[in-house]
Design a protein around this ligand. Structure first.
Ligand SMILES: [Zn+2]
Ligand SMILES: [Zn+2]
Length: 145
């Protein structure tokens, strides 16, 4: 279930947060009372930045998936997610475009591997076929004697 994160401080029901990332934690700071909340987001391969990817607003509504890992932020003005920086497999920070490019490269490489495997299997099938034909020819020769 997706739950809206609301400030838990007594007397405050703020649901707008400033966000920032420290180490592997996403830090939410209530816009009303400045109470800080920390969420472990080490499972994400990206870092959320403090401002909206679309309008640069810095206040977000935050949603949390209670069943599986997942925390989402939506700009309070325009509903877009915050700007993100991705971490590639070497631990470098890359833009979304670069991350996509790397993913596509990886996918093409894997496809290539699969085609290669299929070719090998086809080849061995073909070899099998030839062997079968040879045996049949041999049997035919044997029978016709
Ligand atoms: Zn608050
Ligand atoms: Zn926005």
């Amino acid at each position: 279930m997706i739950r809206t994160v609301v400030c838990e401080k007594e007397g405050c029901d703020g649901n707008g947060f400033h966000i920032c990332t420290e180490d592997n934690n996403l830090i939410l700071i209530c816009k009303e009372c400045e109470t800080r909340y920390s969420f472990d987001v080490s499972y994400y391969d990206f870092i959320m930045l403090s401002s909206c990817s679309y309008c640069s607003n810095d206040t977000f509504k935050v949603f949390k998936d209670t069943e599986k890992e997942g925390i989402y932020a939506k700009c309070m003005k325009c509903g877009n997610p915050p700007e993100k920086i991705y971490i590639d497999s070497d631990g470098n920070q890359v833009s979304y475009e670069n991350k996509r490019l790397n993913d596509i490269r990886e996918m093409i490489y894997r496809l290539d591997q699969r085609i290669c495997n299929m070719e090998t299997r086809l080849e061995s099938l073909q070899n099998g076929q030839e062997l079968l034909e040879e045996s049949l020819a041999y049997i035919n020769k044997f029978m016709s004697k």
